[in-house]
Each structure stands twice: as structure tokens, then as C-alpha cells.
Ligand binder design. Sequence first.
Ligand SMILES: Cc1cc2nc3c(=O)[nH]c(=O)nc-3n(C[C@H](O)[C@H](O)[C@H](O)COP(=O)(O)OP(=O)(O)OC[C@H]3O[C@@H](n4cnc5c(N)ncnc54)[C@H](O)[C@@H]3O)c2cc1C
Length: 498
Amino acid sequence: MDSKEKKQKDALSRRDFIKTTAVAGAAVGAFSLFPGNAEAIPVPKKWDKTADVVIVGTGYSGLAAAIVSRQLGMKVLILEKMPVAGGNSVIAHGGANAADPVRQKRQGIEDSTDLHFKHTMEGGDNINDPEKVRYFVDHALDDAVNYLERLGVKWPEKVVRGYGSLWERTHYPGTYTDPKGQLWKMGAANVRAQLDELERIGQPILLNHEVTGLVREKPLEGRVLGVEVKSKGRKMYFKARRGVILASGGFGANIAWVTMLDRRLAETGTTNHPGATGECIKFAQDIGADTLHMDYIQAIPLNDVKPPYKASFFLIASEEVRKASASMPYRIFVNKEGKRFVNESDRRDVIKQAVLAQPLFEPLPAVTAGTIEELEAKLGLPKDSLAATVKEYNAACDAKKDSLFDKHPTVLVPLRTGPFTANSRAMQRHHTMGGLRVQGTTGEVIDRWGKPIPGLFAAGEVSGGTHGANRLGHNATVDCLVFGQLCARTVAKQKPVG
Ligand SMILES: Cc1cc2nc3c(=O)[nH]c(=O)nc-3n(C[C@H](O)[C@H](O)[C@H](O)COP(=O)(O)OP(=O)(O)OC[C@H]3O[C@@H](n4cnc5c(N)ncnc54)[C@H](O)[C@@H]3O)c2cc1C
């Protein structure tokens, strides 16, 4: 392939690539990062600890699995390799999509679980697992939004259209006040509320405990019996009498894997915490597990860019915009020519494609100005470029019609009142939509021959199937909470071993 062809292929979105490649659907579905390693860990003669369920990871999915496991009377070991709990969940924005008859009705928004299903499937190019998506939408309100509310999280009265969520069903941002009176916001609120619940019921979390492999009766047969763990240089074995739940998150911080799967992301930073390295996917593959959709990697322009990374565009807001919502679709994206280049309320993969095509520039620290002309000068944009863009955009807001990019009317908010702000943004590796293949209504991990692996379950970003080719923004919080709880319920039904 010459360099021109390479550029052309890069310019195709994943979606277009699938559509134009006859065998792509099957090839992507069958993709495995590792072929599987027959060097399984031998069953230890002695186990260091035993519980009904061993949960790996302390993000939304692991914490929800732990809480429900305890409610169902199981003895729980919850392991975290990092020195702090929370993974990506604690640094996340924590928005949650669910059809919500109370809030949405008040706002006159039409919605239903069927519509959430339709949007999630279509947004994922219909390669999602429909059975899993059905379970997901049917449990989104009670097992995510209301579940957190029961633990003390407060959601705003109004739902919004989150970045890439494609509908007004995002509960965002949540807040939580802990028993000492400290206020927590967004993802940290969702995590803190669950950690406090575990503390209340006396459930410890084993920090600095890294799972280094899974123990199965035979390399590719029989039941998963437990995990190999490393802590303070010591190797240990923890037995799971009913099941192991992998809730170990995605691999957005694993630059080697991401680059291998989507090399356009090699030069980008990440929004992820350093522990999002995905090794548990490989451990499961080592004992026969299948994966799906591993090469669908979501990038979003979430945080301000700092050197050595370059910026692709400025995120611009006015006073009206900040009042409307903290969410990105309400802002405008402007390139270094001072022009809009994308529908800011579009699908995340479409925006990724558009942003990756913009010329790069050195990022600036956050800039504030009293007028648009002053902002334009401070950003070093061509004279009158931003002023013309904003004039045209404000007219589109007044007319409730964006003839340039067809931005959704509900997020057309004008830029008339200062102070105006600009932030340097670029794509950052954010979410890995693929992962372990699981059965959508039980959470059992499926092997490469299509059978459940007895004793092994997975929930959250370590697993695939919910989001397909493109995750709707704010579907992940719900995915983790719903399937973390589902795994716990399934594990509780397993017959305990030895
Ligand atoms: C900055 C940011 C903002 C986001 N905002 C939103 C949002 O507003 N709405 C939304 O829907 N989604 C959002 N997401 C995505 C969503 O938050 C994540 O998909 C979700 O938090 C993942 O939860 P999890 O439980 O699967 O994994 P994590 O929260 O990442 O937890 C996994 C844990 O497992 C641990 N672990 C990994 N491997 C091992 C091992 N070998 N041994 C022991 N422990 C291990 C990790 O250290 C980690 O603590 C955001 C993500 C980020 C990064």
C-alpha cells in the first residue's frame, strides 16, 4: 500500500470501512488479540484465601458486583492492583443514560427502553449483541440511575444530551455527600457512594493486589477455580468457590495494544488512568476465552491538551452555553482556520474522524476574552474568521437550524454573552468497546468454541458486546453497573466447589 492509499484508508471511518469490506463483519467479530496460551497456571496445592466470589477491579462494575454479592449473602474478595480504588470510574464524568419516565416527562421528552435499544444498536452499527443490549436498556433505570440514588447519589432534575449520547436521556452530573459532609461530583460521586456502602457493611478491599492469571482445572477445560495474585512481591492463590468476576476495565492506557489495533491513535494522549492496561483480557484468553470488537477504540476530546501532544481544535463557549450544560455538544469546535468542521452533536466515531483530519497546532493554556474579536486575536486565528463563524452559528441558533452541519436543535445555544472561553483540544484514547465475549443475560464468559467457561464472569469495560462499533456517550456507566450486578446474581446461583 503506498502512502496515498494509506492516507485514504485512514480517512475512512471504521463504519465506512465495515460497509465497504464484504468480510469485515465476520473478521472483526472473530478478532482475537492473542491466540491463547496453553501454559495455564497449575492448580495450587494450597490456597491462600477462599471466598464465594473473587472480584477483580474496583470501578463501577467491580463495586456494584461486590455490593450485590454481599446482599446475596456471599463471602467476597475484591482485589485492586492500584494503591487506590476506582480505576477509570473515579475519574470519569459519571453520566448515565436511561429512559426515565419522571424526569423526561417533565421536560416533554419522548423516550422508552425500546428507543434506547434502537439508538444503542444503530449507534453501534448493529454489530452489538442485541440480547445484551436488551438486558442493558431494560435494567438501566433501576440498576444504574436508581441504584446510585438509593446509595445517596443525587441526579439533576433535568436530563441532558451528553456528548455522543444522541438523545436527551443523560443523567449528568451526579453529586454525593459522604457521611463526613464532603461533596463528591461526577464519577467520583458514583464511586464514593459505593465505597461508603462497602465500608458500612464491613467489606474490605484488597489494594495493591494484582491478579496475574486465572486458575482453571485444566488449561482449556473445566471450571475456573480462582486467581493468581501478586502483592508486595509475594505470589498467592485465591480460591473462588462460586466464581471469579473480571471487572478489570478496558485497555485505553495500553499504548502498545491500541497502536496495534488503530495506529491513528499512536500520537494521542489518553483520558484513562494508568492501570487501564487490559491484561485480564489476555489471562482469560490464555484459558480459552473469546473476544469481540477489540479494534473499536473510542477517542474523544475530553481534556485540555498539553505538550508534548498537539491540539486539533478549540472548544468555544459563552456564558449562555456554560449555563445550558457542561456537556461538549452545547459548545462549538473551531479549527485553526477559525472554522467549524463537524456537527458537535454527532456520533463519537464521526467526530473522531473529523477531528483526526484537522491540522495540528501547539496547544494554548485556557483562554478567556470579553468579546469574540478579542478571543480570535488571543488564539491567533485569521482576522474575522471566528467572528464570521460565530455570526453564522448564532443565526443558526435563532433559526433552530444548522444548515452547515445539521447540529441537533436542542443543543444550538448562541455565543452572544461573554466571557468567552477557548480550550485547546485533540482526540484522546478514551474507551475500548471490545473485550471478552459474554453471554448477555448471565455475564458468563464465552470460550472460543462458543461455550460458557464455568466459573468465569465479566462485566464493564473488560467485556464487549454492549456498544458495538461506537459507544453512545454515557452508556458505559450504565453498562458497568447493570452487568456488575448481573454477574453477582448469576454467581450466587452457582453450586459452590470444595
Ligand atoms: C475521564 C473519563 C470520563 C468518562 N466519562 C463517562 C461518562 O460520563 N459516562 C459514561 O457512560 N462513561 C464515561 N466514561 C467511561 C466509563 O467511565 C468507563 O467505561 C468505566 O468507568 C469503566 O468501569 P469498569 O468498572 O469497567 O473499569 P474501571 O473503572 O477502569 O475499573 C477497573 C479496575 O480494575 C483494576 N485492575 C485492572 N487489572 C487488574 C489486575 N490485573 N488486578 C487487579 N486489579 C486490576 C484497575 O486498576 C481498575 O481500578 C469515562 C471514562 C473516562 C476515562
